[in-house]
Design a protein around this ligand. Structure first.
Ligand code: ZN
Length: 824
């Protein structure tokens, strides 16, 4: 036999096989088929419904590029060092470190922190921080009681009294998620044992004592999720009895939204769909989408993937100046990631990305050394002043402060790590799906047990291309699913440089079933067009999108140190450029924007105004009537198009994730006669106002803001108070630019008694400035002091450049003023 001939024949056969295998098979599917099941990863175990996507264990997906940079910054930032800053993480006498569950700080803060801290350390391979996480995990494992309960003990002073019941299971719900991650990373079966025994204990709790209000009842969908996680690993049928019991006692999100707290909504709206895995009742499947739509329609007519929930949604407060809590953002992301897992519907990936790319980055300083509690789509100043009642939550909620904001401060850290962990998922049929895009590397088992590694190289969401490079020991055939985002009409795929013919549709998956070989390169292009969304329920304002990113006006930022320490400074941010622009749009609105691509930032941190790799150039006109309110919150929007005859200017838009001061919902500006004429706020009186003292949450500006109270305890308008001075002699004064002839003053006193500490004062007099002296006004007639009306004091006219009210406070009470008018 001719050996050359044999060689040729086998070469030919190999060639034919190779060609056959290399003809890629492309199909477009709504989601991966659930049959045959995945044989490598624990998905839903019967009788639970099979899921189209299966979460990979923590560590299978690693962050690269800019995503890794976020985790590194988090690790180096305040969250990675929160033990130095937070009293709740003090190890001395910490209930979470106690084998008997005794001690302090035994509520949500430790597990909130550990959730993100642990997973961040595992994904980065940081051995010191992994060891630190393990120290807390080991303590939890040691703390299990004979009957199965673990963690801080109720009734020993260790749990916060946030419940009407005997037990608060809420902090344990969070800790269970920490334990699951730890098990996925280490395979430590003590976690399974602890969970099994704890769930047995939960099953034994009498129905009448199980999951009473408040937080634990609303957030028990997390508990349910953990029960399924264990069931999928052990298959013990009684776990499904517990799952039913938990669902029975969880706040009812199946029939609507029972609670309007922003974090509760973000965390719990998807719970019914988790339970659908067991009930198979369509009403549970559809409830999450309906809840999401309800929230969006009522309070979410804004960009950034969130809604106005500061801190509870309030009827009438739907403007883009309403804010969301940082906890709300990360819980919304985690909900979307799990709903993606359960339903396979790619819309949940779009929604997770929306929050991650457009909202979350701005909640923190770019160095991850400080965070704020609240962030809004329209936000023109981020200071520590009180913004209520414009936003619901009083106090310094916009202050970038690593020492404050307790829940968010501990809880924010799971946002980025969990996003990475859900970027790739396993599929039935032993395949893989790229579901959330970003620079990552996935290592997973596919097909008949072969290992595959795929490196995803991309600057997504700033760039349109995603390049996947395959590493495998030998050729392996498996289905690969690529998510097509809702905003992408025409994705393109090239494999090893060969453009493929694909006709994928938005919110579908491109399924590629082929033999993948070491070194294969798949290039996915997701063309990004500029488009506009109109918020008809928010005065026809508009937001500008390009691909997954929404764009904000670039506002000059002045960062002012405001507290903290030199190592962990706190900040306020003030605008240095005008912000009250409406967009001047052309006939074809998307053509009003030029896309400017800039060099990729060398430090891999794209979420700053300077580093943003994409900008849009647009045209705008200022709308003079659009002003900040007396608390420096952006004034609410009015109808678009808004009339403006101001000159057309060139303006720059940057990704709203990079904009910590931002206008992301714009009015449309127009000089047409029929455009809407906006009404500005009442002009503040042009006097300089000062006081002997003013409570830091109140303002002397309130004296002269011409916002008139309805009664002496009107909490809806700004006020001035001398709080917390009590029983003292105090003053307020006006100074004028020029001499005024004044014959009377009118004072509207603040009084929040009973209940509050400010009462009508004991007495008051009026002084005027005579040269450099203050003298009593002559012939003063001071009437008896009364609530709920202006108190008018008349006197012989004085010509003066200043007027002062000299006020004696009642013993044990402070006092305040809602408005002070002068009569010329
Ligand atoms: Zn929070």
């Amino acid at each position: 036999m001719n050996s050359t001939r044999i060689a040729h024949a086998s070469l030919l056969a190999a060639l034919i096989m190779a060609i056959g295998a290399r003809s890629a098979e492309f199909t477009v599917v709504e989601k991966p088929q659930t049959d045959p099941p995945n044989t490598h990863y624990p998905g839903s175990r019967p009788p639970l419904m099979p899921t189209p996507l299966i979460k990979l264990p923590v560590g299978a997906v690693r962050p690269d590029g800019w995503l890794r940079r976020q985790l590194e910054l988090q690790s180096k930032g305040f969250h990675g060092h929160l033990g130095e800053l937070s009293a709740f993480l003090k190890k001395e006498n910490n209930a979470w470190l106690s084998a008997t569950g005794e001690g302090e700080h035994g509520w949500e803060e430790v597990p909130y922190w550990l959730k993100g801290f642990g997973d961040c350390a595992y994904l980065l391979g940081d051995s010191d921080q992994t060891a630190e996480a393990r120290l807390w995990i080991e303590a939890v494992l040691r703390s299990q009681r004979e009957d199965g309960y673990f963690g801080p003990r109720p009734g020993l002073g260790s749990t916060v009294s946030s419940t009407t019941g005997k037990y608060d299971l809420w902090p344990n719900m969070i800790m269970l998620i920490c334990l699951q991650s730890y098990h996925e990373v280490t395979g430590d079966n003590r976690v399974l044992d602890l969970m099994r025994r704890y769930f047995k204990w939960e099953l034994s709790v009498p129905e009448s004592e199980f999951l009473p209000p408040y937080w634990q009842k609303i957030r028990a969908g997390d508990n349910l999720w953990s029960v399924y996680w264990l069931y999928n690993r052990t298959g013990e049928p009684w776990l499904l009895d517990l799952a039913e019991k938990i669902h029975r006692h969880t706040a009812n999100f199946t029939d609507g939204i029972p609670d309007w707290h922003n974090v509760n909504m973000s965390q719990a709206f998807g719970g019914p769909t988790f339970f659908w895995l067991q009930s198979r009742d369509p009403k549970h499947l559809v409830a999450s989408e309906r809840n999401w739509q309800t929230i969006r329609q009522m309070y979410g007519q804004v960009p950034g993937g969130m809604f106005g929930g500061d801190e509870n949604c309030r009827p009438g407060y739907t403007d883009p100046r309403q804010a969301i809590e940082t906890c709300g953002m990360v819980e919304m992301m985690f909900s979307c990631e799990r709903l993606l897992n359960v339903t396979g519907n790619p819309v949940w990936a779009d929604r997770a990305e929306d929050v991650a790319f457009n909202s979350l980055p701005a909640a923190l300083t770019a160095d991850f050394k400080a965070l704020r509690y609240l962030t809004s789509p329209n936000l023109i100043q981020s200071d520590r002043g009180d913004k209520c009642p414009g936003v619901q939550n009083c106090g310094p909620m916009f202050h970038y402060d690593p020492y404050s904001h307790r829940c968010c401060q501990h809880n924010f850290g799971h946002g980025w790590p969990y996003l990475v962990e859900h970027a790739w998922m396993a599929t039935p049929g032993n395949g893989l799906a790229a579901v959330i895009y970003g620079p990552t590397t996935v290592e997973a088992v596919v097909a008949n047990g072969e290992k595959i590694r795929i490196a995803e190289r991309t600057h997504y969401p700033f760039d349109e291309t995603v390049e996947l490079t395959f590493s495998a020991d030998k050729p392996v055939r498996f289905p690969l699913y690529l998510r097509v985002p809702g905003w992408c009409a025409k994705p393109a795929v090239a494999i090893n440089g060969q453009l493929q013919s694909v006709s994928a549709r938005p919110l579908h998956y491109l399924r590629i079933d082929r033999e993948w070989r070491n070194g294969d390169v798949l290039r996915l292009t997701l063309p990004m067009e500029v488009s506009l969304r109109t918020w008809t329920n928010n005065h026809n304002s508009v937001s500008v999108d390009r691909g997954p990113l929404t764009y904000s006006l670039k506002i000059g930022e002045k960062w002012v140190r405001a507290g903290g320490t030199d190592r962990w400074p706190a900040w306020e941010v003030y605008p240095t450029t005008p912000w009250n622009y409406g967009l001047a749009l052309s006939e074809n609105p998307p053509s009003s924007f030029d896309v400017i691509k800039k060099p990729w930032p060398a430090n891999d941190m794209p979420f700053t105004p300077e580093n943003a790799p994409v900008e849009l150039r647009a045209k705008g006109r200022r709308i003079i009537e659009w002003q900040a309110d007396e608390r420096d919150l952006v004034g609410p929007l009015q109808d678009s198009p808004a009339f403006s005859e101001q000159p057309i200017e060139s303006i720059t838009l940057i990704p709203m994730g990079a904009a910590r001061l931002r206008i992301a919902s714009f009015p449309i500006a127009s000089s047409a006669a029929n455009a809407h004429r906006w009404v500005g706020p009442p002009p503040s009186l042009p006097f300089k106002a000062t006081a002997s003292h003013c409570w830091h949450m109140d303002t002397v500006k309130a004296l002269k803001d011409q916002r008139l109270p309805g009664n002496s305890n009107d909490q809806s308008i700004p006020r001035f108070t001398w709080w917390d001075h009590k029983g003292t002699r105090e003053w307020v004064q006006y100074e004028f630019d020029q001499i005024k002839k004044i014959s009377a003053v009118e004072v509207y006193w603040f009084d929040d008694t009973p209940g509050g500490g400010c009462a009508l004062p004991e007495s008051w007099t009026v002084l005027y400035m005579d040269g450099s002296d203050w003298k009593p006004v002559p012939g003063a007639k001071i009437p008896a002091i009364e609530r709920d009306k202006f108190n008018r004091a008349e006197f012989d006219p004085v010509a003066t450049k200043g007027l002062r009210l000299d006020v004696k406070l009642r013993p044990n009470y402070s006092a305040g003023i809602l408005e002070w008018r002068i009569i010329e």
